[in-house]
Design a binder for this molecule. Structure first.
Ligand code: ZN
Length: 93
C-alpha cells in the first residue's frame, strides 16, 4: 500500500490517498483522480533537474572563484601601481 496525505476536493479535508500506477484514490469517500505523470517519468525528470541543479552550482562556483581571483589580481595590480606612483613621486621631489 502506497498511502499519502492529500487534500480531497470531495471530502473538503485532508485524507489518506492510496496511490496506484495511474490513479490516486481517497480512502474516505473513494474519490479517484488520474495522476498527471507516471512515477517513473517523474523520478527521471527529478533526477535530470537535480543534475542540472548541480551543474548550475558548479558553473556558478567556477564563476565566483574566477571573479574572486580576478578581484585579487586587480587589487594586487592596483597596489603595485599605487606603490609605484608613491616611489615615482618621491623620486621627483
Ligand atoms: Zn475524499
Amino acid at each position: 500500500m502506497n498511502e499519502s496525505q492529500a487534500y480531497c476536493p470531495r471530502c473538503k479535508k485532508v485524507a489518506a490517498f492510496v496511490k496506484t500506477a495511474k490513479t490516486s484514490k481517497c480512502q474516505v469517500c473513494g474519490f479517484e483522480y488520474q495522476l498527471s505523470e507516471p512515477p517513473r517519468l517523474n523520478e527521471a525528470a527529478h533526477s535530470t533537474a537535480g543534475a542540472i541543479g548541480s551543474l548550475v552550482i558548479k558553473i556558478f562556483g567556477g564563476i565566483l572563484i574566477g571573479i574572486l581571483a580576478l578581484a585579487g589580481i586587480v587589487a594586487l595590480l592596483a597596489g603595485i601601481a599605487f606603490v609605484g606612483c608613491i616611489v615615482a613621486s618621491k623620486g621627483k621631489f
